[in-house]
Design a protein around this ligand. Sequence first.
Ligand SMILES: Nc1nc2c(c(=O)[nH]1)N[C@H]1C(S)=C(S)[C@@H](COP(=O)(O)OP(=O)(O)OC[C@H]3O[C@@H](n4cnc5c(=O)[nH]c(N)nc54)[C@H](O)[C@@H]3O)O[C@H]1N2
Ligand SMILES: Nc1nc2c(c(=O)[nH]1)N[C@H]1C(S)=C(S)[C@@H](COP(=O)(O)OP(=O)(O)OC[C@H]3O[C@@H](n4cnc5c(=O)[nH]c(N)nc54)[C@H](O)[C@@H]3O)O[C@H]1N2
Ligand SMILES: [Mo]
Length: 821
Amino acid sequence: MAARDRIAEPWGTRTPYAAGESWPVRVDTHLDEGLAPEDVDRWVQTASILHSNGDGLDVAVKDGRIAGVRGRAADRVNHGRLGVKDLYGWQANGSADRLTRPLIRQDGELVETDWDTAMERIVSRTRELQQEQGASAIGFYTTGQLFAEEYYTLGLVAHGGLGTNHVDGNTRLCTATAAAALKESFACDGQPGSYTDIDHADVIVLYGHNMAETQSVLWMRVLDRLAGPNPPQVICVDPRPTEVARYASVHLAPRPGTNVALMNGLLHEIIAHGWVDQDYLDAHTVGYAELQKRVEEYTPEHVGQICDVPAEQIREAASIIGGADRLLSTVLQGFYQSNQATAAAVQVNNVHLVRGMLGKPGCGLLQMNGQPTAQNTRECGGDGDLPGFRNWSNDAHVEDLARVWNVETSRIPHYSPPTHVMQMMRYVEDGSIRMLWVSGTNPAVSLPELGRIRSILEQDRLFLVVQDIFMSETAQLADVVLPAATWGEKTGTFTNVDRTVHLSEKAVEPPGEAKPDLDIFLDYARRLDLRDKDGEPLVTWHDPESAFEAWKECTRGRPCDYTGISYDKLRGGSGIQWPCNEENPEGTERLYEDGRFWSDPQYCESYGKDLVTGAPLEPAEYKAMNPDAKAVIKAASYLPPHEVTSEEFPLQLITGRTLYHFHTRTKTARAPQLQKAAPTVWVELSSVDAAAQGIDEGDLAEVATPRGTVQAHARVTGIRPGVVFLPFHYGYWDASDGHDPDQTGRAANELTITDWDAASKQPIFKTAAARVTRLEAGDGPSSAPTNTASAPVSDIDRHTAGDQTARADEDLEHSVTGGQR
Ligand SMILES: Nc1nc2c(c(=O)[nH]1)N[C@H]1C(S)=C(S)[C@@H](COP(=O)(O)OP(=O)(O)OC[C@H]3O[C@@H](n4cnc5c(=O)[nH]c(N)nc54)[C@H](O)[C@@H]3O)O[C@H]1N2
Ligand SMILES: Nc1nc2c(c(=O)[nH]1)N[C@H]1C(S)=C(S)[C@@H](COP(=O)(O)OP(=O)(O)OC[C@H]3O[C@@H](n4cnc5c(=O)[nH]c(N)nc54)[C@H](O)[C@@H]3O)O[C@H]1N2
Ligand SMILES: [Mo]
């Protein structure tokens, strides 16, 4: 067993392996300073909550507190490894400033109260609004960080109980495009691929996905293949010099917002060289002829000009993809939050369809998720869709859901597409939504154009409920604040990117009067006295396991079939991939193995949309296009971003993440090792752009767009010239000095634009026109991490490293017991 400073060495020790072999086990452990593993009272099973990778881990309990974590050797996802946020982030649970009592606004101030008073205030406001205006006055905005049981309950309460169509999750900002792209190509959500495809692939392409920092354990798996015999070739598509780019055979660094042009260029080359699987196309797809026609004009030279990438590089990347025997692709926010999000992500699906690379070992397609439980938000209806991947525009599906819920069909809103969050904000602005219940998300930092969002959420006429574990920037604006219990303090299940379902068990008591989100939703339903059509209580469950059993029934016969899974089956060994049912009792590694899809018009989740306008296809249109349940190849032409550079705003602004923080940092800023690794905001710019403005490493700079300004210290990196990058993690709260509204000038979203992809409705966080100017000299280099995409181009005398408390153990000898898959 060796101890390593995992802040300095985030990916830990290599355990090389060859194609087709099983990924070796390495068990990572981090415990409170001075606590030895043998002194831990109990180990309690869970999975990681600070990203979507789904790494299995056990929580160490000592004296009734969480005191550390250890990776689960037997879990199929991580084989024992943990990323930095998991190793250190658990400390936030025990933070002294957790919310412990409900708060209500009285004479302008938030004051502590009891649960009865807080809940009655919410219930009486709900009743008033139902009477005055109906359920459309009420909206719910949830997250990708609660558990399946909680989303399913919220979905039932909102859709089947109140009957409002205004339900969405922050998954809209996150993976709405993953869902949309899968629905376009396969008429159903659900990742075709499996993480074990990394064990087999000979080519791995990462499209706008900084896996090294955002799914760092998955990246360890790639690094271990790269360190072994017959390594795969990696292609990186990202304007920044990420760790992924460092290991890539080809790094395409396109101008932000030009992904569709790039994809069409790759498809042009693949088709022109005949690197296509015609038998597969004939047997299993519709729409190929249209694609052929559409990509004809996208020659490498033409695309090279649009994307500002050498034509030769496009040829080279295409020939690697075209020559692959086992092609694995991953897609994330560089596509989903950029111009033409769905159209671009769909072209990645098209590459796999054209090459017949689907449903075979190594031939994986991962339209990635970001948040730990985003998949469940989508499956359970927390994002406004109907649960169990039912199709809201298929009346038979709505009837079937009404049967499951025992309500009248007319009670379930399906007269129009579900309201997406940016539209909900518009309705709040207009005053037609008058009560908004926000759970597990911090929109006052994470939504675009924060000046506008603040003014919307601050309105007196809005009744704002915020359910959180900390006094977030959004909770500051609330009329009622509800203190939630979180991961480690409550039980439930969640599902990662590759459909692996994990059980997360309660390890310790929540602080003070904080309650599991499930209990809060159940309490609301009870107080409202919601009933089914026979006058019985609408919600028939009372705890996590009974909620899970009900959810299973809702999924019976649907693609995300959970009926073969139980809490007991999830205990002890590894997570299990859905569908898991009578036919697949051990779960299902890959979807679409036989070239058959869930796209039958009667069965499918979606009829698709027009990629340019977002208009949903009519059932008859879909039936005419795809009568025989094939995969759909949908072509798209490149369209320039809405906001382009100008003399005043000559640069392109993109925003995103660093390895050491999670989102608005309510958890990671309370973990000292993580906070120290990336203490405050910075702006990345190229040496060309820095020189043009007379900016040196560490200088204080102002970044401006037509929406606002942010001040940040400059980090000069190898980023594509013409592009600047801001991490979006920094709101106006800080662990050291609390809430300081004067610090609004730190949040990247002061600058982002109110605009979204027409098909997925995902906001565009990665294309805006900006200007950067120098304000004053800094006192030394910027504090940005030096071992990630923000690595400086010059030698600086500051390097990212942890102290004694950052040392974590790696056990390479660990023998696996208990059902490794
Ligand atoms: N450390 C860490 N890990 C996380 C999270 C976190 O907050 N911190 N959050 C989790 C969540 S919810 C999510 S959604 C994922 C997100 O994970 P990622 O998508 O990997 O992260 P981002 O940094 O948002 O964006 C990825 C890359 O997109 C590139 N990019 C920007 N614009 C374009 C473009 O137009 N084209 C292309 N090709 N690339 C572009 C950026 O340079 C950036 O490196 O991470 C998850 N994991
Ligand atoms: N500019 C820019 N903006 C972005 C992005 C970007 O790349 N650039 N990425 C977008 C993406 S992909 C995402 S996912 C969003 C994330 O944006 P948010 O969801 O706003 O970010 P978080 O900080 O994760 O907020 C989660 C909140 O839930 C609370 N919480 C944690 N656990 C629990 C729990 O168990 N119960 C309850 N009730 N509350 C809990 C936390 O304290 C926190 O306040 O940001 C989006 N915004
Ligand atoms: Mo996300």
